[in-house]
Design a protein around this ligand. Structure first.
Ligand SMILES: Nc1ncnc2c1ncn2[C@@H]1O[C@H](COP(=O)(O)OP(=O)(O)O)[C@@H](O)[C@H]1O
Ligand SMILES: [Mg+2]
Length: 335
């Protein structure tokens, strides 16, 4: 079991209030991603769950038991860091088995567990190598192997793929997701990358300045963002926001439309008129950055190639069913 619940969790460093009351229910076996801009408190919240920091207030429950006074080693959680923190003089076998050796397990049991983890992670041919003889992706797999053999109730990942190049990140992202599903172990995964969050998570926690802005599935956040922050953070390119009279006509202070929900018309008289400032042709997509005068710069996305260029006039027609409305406080208006 590995059900993790946060109840009013607070954390201050001296006079600075960092985590401002976090409430969260993480179901056993689920993959939850904490996402938010740098400095919003993701690592702090993860370290509080791990027990590497003490809470200032509130409760952390693992399988129903409050663990705020339980030392990290007794919480049954395994952490994987961005810096792999491998022992350079030890082999892959030694690194993966180190925690089990310290715990005093018999040698043949350690070997059995290490070899099973290595097989799962495609590390079997590398068991006798030293970390310096491995690629970045292989080193990160060793760090994950070390977490797996402890058979934890939950994995805690803190930006584990940030040191890898873009192509390897995508590959490892898929491997980590597949592995978590295979093991069925609860995982909390911290990243600042909303694409990683959208692709890996069963549920996403969007954090901003120490507060949980929204907790929901990737598609819930995409389709029904609770406020301007989530609307602007989830989705790439970003949602367009328009204020003023156009918003007021819809009974809102701000309206938002995603780039993929603007229909691009060459000579249209309706919609939002503007001049293309930059056109990006990716083959798979065309991104247009359109100067729409009083409405500001708008981004439109077309799936496929569209033969339009800087200086061309276009009109952008929002899909009425996909317009998001926000009030003066920035909260979504639901009808
Ligand atoms: N030990 C500490 N002492 C004082 N301030 C800290 C400490 N750890 C983190 N902070 C502050 O808490 C805030 C959140 O940090 P962190 O949790 O590392 O953010 P993130 O992981 O989202 O980038 C930052 O403003 C950071 O400077
Ligand atoms: Mg961090």
């Amino acid at each position: 079991m590995g059900q993790i619940t946060l109840q009013g969790v607070q954390k201050s460093f001296g006079p600075v209030h960092i985590i401002k009351g976090a409430d969260l229910d993480i179901a056993d076996g689920s993959f939850v991603v904490f996402v938010g801009p740098s400095g919003c408190g993701k690592t702090t919240l993860l370290r509080l769950i791990a027990g590497l920091e003490d809470v200032t207030g509130g409760a952390i429950l693992i399988d129903g038991k409050n663990v705020v006074d339980t030392p990290p080693a007794k919480r049954g959680l395994s952490m994987v860091f961005q810096s792999y923190a491998l022992y350079p003089h030890m082999s892959v076998r030694g690194n993966i088995g180190f925690g089990l050796k310290m715990a005093g397990l018999p040698k043949d049991e350690i070997n059995r567990k290490v070899e099973a983890a290595a097989a799962t992670l495609n590390l079997t041919p590398y068991l006798d190598r030293k970390p310096r003889e491995l690629s970045g992706g292989q080193r990160q797999r060793v760090a994950i192997g070390r977490a797996i053999v402890r058979e934890p109730k939950g994995f805690l990942f803190d930006e584990p793929l940030s040191n890898l190049d873009a192509a390897l990140r995508v590959q490892m992202r898929i491997e980590v997701t597949r592995l978590q599903k295979q093991l069925g172990t609860t995982a909390i995964y911290v990243t600042h990358d909303q694409v990683e969050a959208m692709t890996m998570a069963d549920k996403i926690v969007v954090l901003n300045a120490g507060k949980i802005e929204q907790y929901g599935s990737p598609l819930e956040l995409y389709e029904r963002p609770a406020n301007l922050f989530v609307a602007g953070f989830i989705g790439s390119p970003k949602m367009n926001f328009v204020t003023g009279e156009l918003a007021q006509q819809q009974g809102a202070t701000t309206i938002g439309v995603r780039p993929e929900h603007l229909k691009i018309e060459r000579d249209g008289a309706g919609g939002w008129q503007g001049t293309i400032s930059v056109a990006e042709h990716l083959g798979s997509d065309t991104f247009l950055y359109v100067d729409a005068g009083p409405l500001g710069m708008l981004t439109a996305r077309y799936i496929g190639e569209l033969s339009l260029h800087a200086g061309d006039r276009v009109s952008l027609v929002p899909d009425p069913a996909r317009i998001h409305r926000f009030d003066t406080s920035g909260n979504a208006i639901r009808n």
